[in-house]
Write a new protein. Structure first.
Length: 164
């Protein structure tokens, strides 16, 4: 059973449950991450399925190069041994996008991030719950038609595809 909702208010009005399952297929990564971050801050446990099918808008080469550039950043401490951790698999790419939209100075952001679970594909334990597809986040409604899936970006960064 899939519901299509357009705004965050529709999500909260239509389904007054403490848990939501959101389908990320065809959704723009940043838009979906902002919806998920708001819901998590409101105290809703959010399960996001099909995160590898979410899209990032822009030219394929430019998007991949910008993510690869983040992998080359080193620290001043010892650049040969230490570097910041950068996500390479789709789950962590999505969770990093959500984490960037949560408050960092207080404990509410950490608590909200714990309420967010992301999955590659559709797990069996969530099959019987209603699934929400947020129309505002879909890439098909954008004027810009160039986009790349998170799965392709992750594979370009070196993800081996474990879990598919």
């Amino acid at each position: 059973m899939t519901y299509e909702v357009t705004t965050l208010e529709d999500v909260l009005n239509r389904l007054s449950v403490p848990e939501l399952v959101i389908d990320a297929e065809g959704a723009v990564l940043g838009r979906l991450a902002s919806y998920v971050a708001k819901l998590a801050l409101m105290g809703v446990r959010v399960y996001v399925v099909n995160v590898e099918k979410a899209v990032i808008t822009g030219d394929k080469k430019r998007v991949v190069d910008s993510y690869k550039l983040l992998l080359e950043v080193k620290t001043h401490k010892n650049p040969y041994r230490h570097a910041p951790h950068r996500p390479r698999n789709p789950i962590n790419i999505f969770k990093k996008a959500v984490k960037g939209m949560l408050p960092k100075e207080n404990w509410l952001g950490k608590l909200a991030l714990k309420r967010v679970k992301a999955y590659i594909g559709f797990p069996e334990e969530l099959k019987n719950k209603p699934v929400i597809k947020i129309v505002d986040t879909l890439a098909e409604h954008l004027k810009r038609r160039e986009y790349i899936t998170v799965d392709v970006v992750a594979r370009e960064l070196g993800w081996k595809g474990v879990g598919l």
